[in-house]
Design a protein around this ligand. Sequence first.
Ligand SMILES: NC(=O)C1=CN([C@@H]2O[C@H](COP(=O)(O)OP(=O)(O)OC[C@H]3O[C@@H](n4cnc5c(N)ncnc54)[C@H](O)[C@@H]3O)[C@@H](O)[C@H]2O)[C@@H](O)CC1
Ligand SMILES: [K+]
Length: 480
Amino acid sequence: MRTAHSAETVRAAERALMAELPEGALMQRAAAGLAAACADLLGRVYGSRIVLLVGSGDNGGDALYAGARLARRGAGATAVLLAPERTHEGGLAALRGAGGQVTTPADAGPALARADLVLDGIVGIGGKGGLRPEAAELAAAVRESDAVVVAVDLPSGIEADTGEVLGEAVRADATVTFGTYKPGLLIDPARSYAGAVRLVDIGLDLPAVPELEALQYADVAALLPEPGAESDKYRRGVVGIAAGSATYPGAAVLAVAGALRGGAGAVRYSGPAGDEVLARFPETLVHAGPPSAAGRVQAWVVGPGIGEDAARVADVLAQDVPVLVDADGLRLADPQVLRSRTAPTVLTPHAGEAAALLGVPREEVESARLASVRRLAAEFSATVLLKGSTTLVAPADGGPVRANPTGTSWLATAGSGDVLSGLSGALLAAGLSGVDAASVGAYLHGLAGRRAASGAPASAQDVAAAIPEVWRDVRGEAPA
Ligand SMILES: NC(=O)C1=CN([C@@H]2O[C@H](COP(=O)(O)OP(=O)(O)OC[C@H]3O[C@@H](n4cnc5c(N)ncnc54)[C@H](O)[C@@H]3O)[C@@H](O)[C@H]2O)[C@@H](O)CC1
Ligand SMILES: [K+]
């Protein structure tokens, strides 16, 4: 599991550790890790040309000390000082002592044009509110350079705690971050500015419960349901799908397609699109009556393409099993009923649906996705999966939010959400908790989207069809 802590939490841990260590020791640990990462990226340090972008805080200090280390190994180092009179003194002395040069942003052009590597130490966790004009210009100039760009702690200009990018920011090929991931390194759009992230341990003692986490392959593999020797289809979990309408039968077919690949023992379908479902998936148990009369299930999915059928939504929500509510279901569900449910509830809105649930403009959700998903989970006592280029999953109990690392813009295709609902619903039926079912579903769905697309457009059906392959990949199994 990748874990991220907020700037505030990191600062508290730093203070505690600094009190026990000699002055400057922590920054030396950071600089040593940073210099080692740069050396790896350069391949050959001796004779290379590096440029350090140095702001007025400790982030600039890290860059200067790392630059000094590289200069001692034979790199030509030039520091661009954004605030010459407020530059980290020890760092600057170290760089000068190692033979490094100093210049101003106005004169940085030639050095940037020749550089093999640029170290971005403009601002780290002390930054707020988007880059100031001079720093923003420098960030823009870096974009023109062919050098490898390495961000110190985080790309300057991104919001460490939220993943927002307010205006110009440094686009890094790699980020060397200290102590722990910062939430912005895992959430888009900031995540896409960070490049490959390397974590350097500087000995911080951080709270065991992070603010944000991201599943890795091994975590997902451990959570995937596996049929035991004596499993029958009922013990593996039966998932019910209440989706589709005369107008939108396709949503039912796609939700069933996702559910069948999600490890459930059987899929029951309840609704008016039974013929369409059976034509594609004859293994489905189809029932035309209300969901409550369809037979036993371990979890329900309700909502995709259901149109205006509020009665079907209410019927599902009245059942004492885990329920995943998506699409039209989010609009039709009675908020009071949602809140008063005792079995787990999972809501899977996109930003527009989330905004409607919260009663705020869509832009407000888009600009504060982490806060919005937390608020929704608290207000509805539900696990909430907020779709987006980084899908976020907030548990009902206020625990760490999960950021999905596998998202891809290829998934922005009609019906793709229906597949995700079915898949996550099947995982719920197989016994995963709400947050595990939603985050494992999003993880597999993202991988399947990448696999199905691999550089060309893919349909929602292709995404569903790719799920078994990525499931095998995650479990480390070669295809049969
Ligand atoms: N505190 C510690 O013990 C350690 C801190 N470390 C480094 O120190 C960083 C934090 O240092 P600081 O607290 O000094 O803060 P930063 O260096 O991140 O930023 C603060 C400085 O940036 C300027 N600044 C703030 N917002 C800006 C903006 N929007 N545009 C341009 N400039 C802006 C401020 O004037 C301030 O001087 C971490 O990110 C990390 O790189 C590491 O050395 C590890 C140890
Ligand atoms: K930085």
